[in-house]
Design a binder for this molecule. Structure first.
Ligand code: FRU
Length: 322
C-alpha cells in the first residue's frame, strides 16, 4: 500500500495573545482538516522580533518543507527569511510583510486601501471639517506604514480636516500611556482613527472616562468576537475588515507543495463595517464557523469509521489466516 507523502509546514506567528491572531490560528486549524497530508509545527514569538528570528532558525533546522510567516517587524525578520528562501524552502508571508521579495506568495489585505477606506469614511462623517487623532500601529511593521499612507492620502483632499498622529504599537498600553495626557487636544477632537480595534476600543474607553463621549472612534480588523461586537454595541463608529488570511495561507502552502502555481500576491478583500452592515456580517461569520464545525465533526466521524473499518479488515485477515 502506497503511503501518501506528509509535508511539514513551519508556522512562525509573531505573537498570539490578541484576538485577531487567535482567529488566524483557528482559520489555519479549520483549513488543515481539508489537507490531511499537511502537518504543522507552530511557534509564536510573543511580539518579539529577536525571538521570532530564533524560532525561524529552529524551524529550518527541523527540516520543514515550507514556512508560513507573519513577521513582527520587516527589517529584523528579512535576512533570516531571505536565507531560508535562498536555501530553497518555499515561503508564504501573511499580513505583515518583509523588506525583500524573498517569498513565493504574500497573503493579506491591501493596507493602503484599508487606510483609504477609513479616510473616506472619516471625511464623510466629519462633513469635511474637523480634527482627527490618528493612532498608528508599530511603525516598523508594514501595515502601520501603509494604513497611515492610505489614510493620509485620502484626508489630504480635505483642507479643513487636521490630523494629529500619535505613534502606537498595536497594543493597548501604547494608547493608555499617551491618550489620557492629551486632554487639551481631545477637547477639539471629533474623531479618532486607530490602526486596529484593540487600540480603538482602548481609545473609546478612555474618551468616555475622561468625559468626551462625543468623540467617535474608527478601528481596523472587524473580527467576530471583538471589532464586530464593538461596532454592534456602538463603542466604535466603524471598523475596516481585515481578514486574517489563515485559511488562504494553508491553501497557498498546499498548492506550492503540490507543485501548483500560487499567486505572488493574493490581496484579500476589505470593507468598511458600521451600524448599517454589522449584523449581516456577524451572521455571515457565524454561518461559516458553524459550517466549518460541521465539517470538522463529519471528518471526525469519517476517521472513526475508517478506524472501525481497518480493525474489521484486520480481523478478517486474522480469521482467514493471512
Ligand atoms: C494583531 C494585529 C491586528 C492588526 C495586524 C497588523 O496582532 O495587531 O490587530 O490588524 O496585527 O499586522
Amino acid at each position: 500500500e502506497k503511503q501518501e507523502k506528509i509535508y511539514l509546514i513551519g508556522i512562525s506567528q509573531l505573537g498570539d495573545a490578541d484576538a485577531w491572531r487567535r482567529e488566524m490560528k483557528e482559520e489555519i486549524d479549520r483549513e488543515l482538516v481539508f489537507n490531511p497530508d499537511l502537518k504543522i509545527l507552530y511557534r509564536q514569538a510573543n511580539y518579539n522580533s529577536a525571538e521570532q528570528v530564533q524560532q525561524i532558525r529552529e524551524l529550518a533546522a527541523r527540516k520543514i518543507d515550507l514556512l508560513i510567516v507573519s513577521p513582527n517587524e520587516a527589517a529584523p525578520l528579512t535576512p533570516v527569511i531571505d536565507s531560508l528562501y535562498k536555501q530553497g524552502i518555499p515561503v508564504v508571508v501573511v499580513d505583515r510583510n518583509i523588506s525583500s521579495d524573498s517569498y513565493n506568495s504574500f497573503i493579506g489585505a491591501d493596507n493602503i486601501e484599508v487606510g483609504r477606506l477609513a479616510g473616506q469614511y472619516a471625511a464623510s462623517y466629519l462633513d469635511k471639517t474637523g480634527n482627527i487623532i490618528e493612532i498608528t500601529g508599530l511603525p516598523s511593521s508594514t501595515p502601520a506604514l501603509q494604513r497611515e499612507k492610505g489614510f493620509g492620502d485620502e484626508i489630504a483632499r480635505y483642507p479643513h480636516i487636521n490630523v494629529t498622529v500619535i505613534q502606537g504599537d498595536w497594543l493597548e498600553g501604547s494608547v493608555q500611556r499617551q491618550l489620557p495626557r492629551m486632554k487639551k487636544e481631545l477637547q477639539n477632537t471629533r474623531l479618532i482613527f486607530a490602526h486596529n480595534d484593540v487600540m480603538a476600543n482602548t481609545a473609546a474607553a478612555i474618551c468616555k472616562e475622561l468625559g468626551f463621549p462625543g468623540i467617535k472612534v474608527i478601528g481596523v480588523d472587524a473580527q467576530p468576537r471583538t471589532g464586530l461586537e464593538f461596532v454592534e454595541n456602538r463603542s466604535l463608529l466603524a471598523s475596516v475588515l481585515y481578514p486574517t488570511g489563515g485559511g488562504e495561507a494553508i491553501r497557498a502552502a498546499a498548492k506550492i507543495l503540490h507543485g501548483q502555481e500560487a499567486p505572488k500576491r493574493d490581496f484579500l478583500r476589505t470593507i468598511i463595517v458600521d451600524s448599517t452592515n454589522v449584523v449581516m456580517l456577524q451572521q455571515q461569520f457565524n454561518r461559516v464557523i458553524a459550517q466549518q464545525k460541521d465539517i470538522v465533526r463529519q471528518d471526525g466521524l469519517l476517521k472513526e469509521q475508517a478506524r472501525t473499518f481497518r480493525t474489521q479488515k484486520n480481523l478478517i485477515l486474522i480469521l482467514i489466516g493471512n
